[in-house]
Write a protein that binds this ligand. Structure first.
Ligand code: PGA
Length: 250
């Protein structure tokens, strides 16, 4: 059995004070739950505050991005060592908004994945097709390429901590969700490709999250699919009650 992961991607929302208010409301709501791993990924500037807020509890804290270089003249960037020094355990890599607005490519995601694994950060690698790719019948090809380039050449033994998030780009922030069947099909494809490239045991243990307009109203149906091992939640993770309901649905 794979332990579900419910991750919040706050994107560029919440000041440190707003992050602290979120925790005050959210943590009591999930204190009793032990069935899934909860990961909060706030903006980088909030990481210290969120880490202090969750303290010794079971909620983990992740970053939304990092650079692949160890250090260097990269104005505005953050390294893996900086994240681990704070106590950050997870990092989202290759989110579609990073690919769309900040020129991330399959290749940069691959380089970031290597660095994250080296620093024992748990990477949440995001892949997903755009609307025109789905309509053009290219979903399979896009997902196969994205996962293939991301993990290509990495020693399978090192890939064990990796988490993958399948996020169809057309479902992000649009209110449109993939049907549970569509998501399950994509997850099966991704798991099959990981099995082919990295072996069956890595693939069987791999947690594949679904992301794209996950809300309290649809969480139970999506998370009820055996192929769906959790969720990466944007908009609905900003509100403590709604995110706690999604955690409860897992
Ligand atoms: P959404 O975002 O839940 O607001 O669609 C998901 C994501 O971008 O990770």
């Amino acid at each position: 059995m794979r332990t579900p992961v419910i991750a919040a991607n706050w994107k560029m929302y919440k000041t440190p004070t707003e992050a602290e208010s979120f925790l005050t409301a959210f943590l009591p709501l999930v204190r009793e739950q032990t069935k899934s791993e909860i990961v909060l990924c706030p903006p980088a500037i909030d990481l210290t505050f969120v880490l202090a807020g969750v303290q010794a509890g079971s909620v983990r804290v992740g970053a939304q991005n990092m650079h692949f270089a160890e250090e260097g003249a990269y104005t505005g960037e953050i390294s893996a060592a900086m994240l681990t020094a704070l106590g950050v355990t997870h990092v989202i890599l290759g989110h579609s908004e990073r690919r769309q607005y900040f020129a991330e490519t399959d290749e940069t995601v691959h380089r970031k994945l290597i660095t994250a694994l080296k620093h024992r950060l748990t990477p949440i690698v995001c892949i997903g097709e755009r609307l025109e790719e789905r309509e053009g019948g290219e979903t399979e090809e896009v997902l196969t390429r994205q996962i293939g380039v991301a993990i290509g050449g990495i020693d399978p033994a090192q890939l064990a901590p990796m988490i993958v998030a399948y996020e169809p780009v057309w479902a992000i922030g649009t209110g449109k969700t993939a049907t549970p069947e569509m998501a399950a099909d994509a997850h099966r494809l991704i798991r099959g490709e990981v099995a082919r490239l990295a072996g069956k045991s890595v693939a069987e243990r791999l947690r594949i999250l679904y992301g794209g307009s996950v809300k309290p109203e649809n969480a139970a149906t999506l998370l009820g699919q055996p192929e769906i091992d959790g969720a990466l939640v944007g908009g609905a993770s900003l509100d403590p009650q709604s995110f706690a309901k999604i955690v409860g649905a897992a």
